[in-house]
Design a protein around this ligand. Sequence first.
Ligand code: HEC
Ligand code: HEC
Ligand code: HEC
Ligand code: HEC
Ligand code: HEC
Ligand code: HEC
Ligand code: HEC
Ligand code: HEC
Ligand code: HEC
Length: 349
Amino acid sequence: MNAFRSLLLIAVLALVHPPNSVSIAAPKTRDYKHGTARPVPSKRAKSSHAPYESKACMVCHNKKKRGRGVGRPKKNMTKICFTCHSELKRVLGKYKHMHKPVKAGCISCHNPHNSAYKMLLMAPKPRLCTNCHVSIKTSINLKVKHDAVTHGASCSNCHDPHGSNIEKLLLALPYDQCIGCHNTNNLKDEKGRLLMNYKTLLGKSKVKHSPVEGKDCSSCHEVHGSKHFRLLTEPYPERFYAKYSKEEYALCFKCHDEDLVKIKTSRTATKFRDGARNLHYVHVKEPDRGRTCRACHAVHASEQKSLVRAAVPYGSSGWKLKLHYIRTKDGGSCERTCHGIKPYSRNKR
Ligand code: HEC
Ligand code: HEC
Ligand code: HEC
Ligand code: HEC
Ligand code: HEC
Ligand code: HEC
Ligand code: HEC
Ligand code: HEC
Ligand code: HEC
């Protein structure tokens, strides 16, 4: 093929498969205008603005030409807000990232008079935010929900609604936020199962999975909500035993080569082999219902190399099965757990 034709082909392919089409979709935000920010009846008000309470209507309104009541609101309303909220103005001026609607005007989120919600908000969170952020609305309605989003300050648990020096308007770096909440022994998921204490776990473990070492929890977890178990970004089997398919393990194979498990005999696909016999294949793929990675690996961190775990939680009671893994120079062995002593050696012919 001549150079011109191959260039043409690349151009056509780029049209059919734009280079970024498989990566994260751009956040879907829609223009949204809450209703007119007129005063709400005082018995419904949960918050009220000092200048409104003190009837200083003319701070923000022009005089009405004729009749009773107030005239139209003045122009440059944000500037008027800043005459009293100078501290916020100062802080906003220092932020590297300003939230776009703040530039457009404070009344896209605040009622300048009073409100049926806290902080003069035009709507309660998360609705205030998801009215514009429609893709986040989709995420938080998925099957697996995150308490971080649905409880407390909701979106403001992690984002500053006005601006921030950290990308995505975050209050702290993502990893510090995760560890900031996942640092207790009594956090439970919605089914009442205890979650691990990540501060302790990551503090004491000698070996950390590379993305965890890189403090990138988001490489495997969605924050807002997910259709996959444990808020995972891709499918991963929920149970101890599962019939093998590449799709079921999409999470691991996003970064690892499937050959690790897929090829029956190989001297290169994995170090977990006896001679050329691939023991990942033996355990994960060969049986009708293979063992999932968690049977041997801790996915966040572990005491031993290769993230091999000391014990495996088995069944719903949380009973732990000891693994007794011993590493050798060219292999290793597992003892007295699932089977008798079974050594493996990569050098075996
Ligand atoms: C902090 C500034 C501020 C103060 C103080 C204020 N307003 Fe307003 N008011 C506004 C703004 C801005 C709007 C326009 C809201 C919009 O367009 O959504 C408005 C709109 C209104 C409206 C609705 C107008 C319409 O077109 O439907 C009424 C009624 C109103 N104000 C009455 C009052 C009264 C009465 C007071 C004093 C007791 C008062 N406001 C004090 C800023 C203020
Ligand atoms: C005349 C001065 C003045 C102007 C103008 C003003 N505010 Fe305020 N605002 C106040 C005062 C005083 C408070 C109460 C501060 C406190 O409690 O610390 C307040 C509180 C608030 C609060 C917090 C409410 C709460 O329940 O704690 C918000 C939000 C707010 N203002 C938004 C605005 C917006 C938006 C504008 C412009 C449309 C504006 N303010 C203009 C004086 C003003
Ligand atoms: C995108 C929505 C949004 C916009 C736009 C917005 N705010 Fe807010 N603001 C909030 C929320 C939400 C809170 C409640 C605090 C929280 O959740 O952290 C808040 C809290 C406040 C408070 C009280 C607490 C504090 O941080 O001091 C003030 C005052 C305030 N806003 C003023 C303003 C002013 C002035 C503007 C315009 C320059 C503005 N806001 C624009 C969402 C918004
Ligand atoms: C009036 C519409 C509107 C509301 C309400 C709103 N946002 Fe936004 N938000 C936007 C727009 C527009 C952008 C800029 C999107 C872009 O640049 O593509 C944005 C950007 C963001 C970003 C940064 C995205 C990035 O890629 O950097 C975050 C995080 C965010 N908003 C969170 C919130 C939260 C939390 C709330 C509620 C407190 C909220 N938003 C309310 C319109 C809104
Ligand atoms: C537990 C912390 C946490 C909570 C709660 C949270 N977020 Fe986020 N949000 C993040 C992190 C971390 C990111 C950046 C990583 C990512 O894109 O997933 C982010 C990214 C975003 C973005 C940018 C999306 C993109 O694809 O670039 C928007 C918009 C956003 N959040 C809005 C919201 C809204 C709206 C809420 C409330 C419904 C909310 N967030 C609640 C942590 C949180
Ligand atoms: C504001 C506190 C808070 C923050 C910040 C937070 N979490 Fe959570 N998270 C919780 C709570 C509470 C639960 C237990 C209830 C539930 O399952 O939602 C939880 C549950 C989870 C679960 C299990 C969900 C399930 O139902 O199976 C995962 C996974 C998770 N969080 C990951 C993260 C990651 C990753 C981050 C950082 C990006 C993070 N969390 C930040 C409070 C938080
Ligand atoms: C390489 C992918 C990966 C990374 C990176 C990762 N996780 Fe996980 N996480 C998982 C998988 C897979 C599970 C389900 C484990 C299982 O059931 O065997 C899980 C489960 C969880 C759970 C619920 C189970 C429990 O007992 O706590 C929480 C909470 C959690 N992760 C938080 C985090 C935090 C915080 C980080 C960042 C420090 C992080 N994860 C980084 C893959 C990952
Ligand atoms: C975001 C990318 C990413 C994801 C997703 C991921 N890993 Fe990894 N993993 C790595 C990197 C990078 C390394 C270190 C380089 C290497 O050994 O290939 C690694 C190493 C490992 C190791 C060897 C650790 C050592 O010390 O030699 C194991 C075991 C492992 N991963 C298991 C898993 C399992 C199981 C899953 C799915 C639940 C998974 N990984 C998902 C990136 C990832
Ligand atoms: C029966 C136990 C067992 C199961 C199940 C298992 N592994 Fe392993 N894996 C090991 C052992 C043992 C090693 C260390 C081999 C060595 O270095 O001698 C290892 C090593 C690895 C490595 C390091 C690179 C390599 O191949 O040597 C990765 C990556 C890995 N496993 C990923 C996975 C993934 C992904 C799954 C699930 C699809 C999985 N493992 C299931 C026992 C297991």
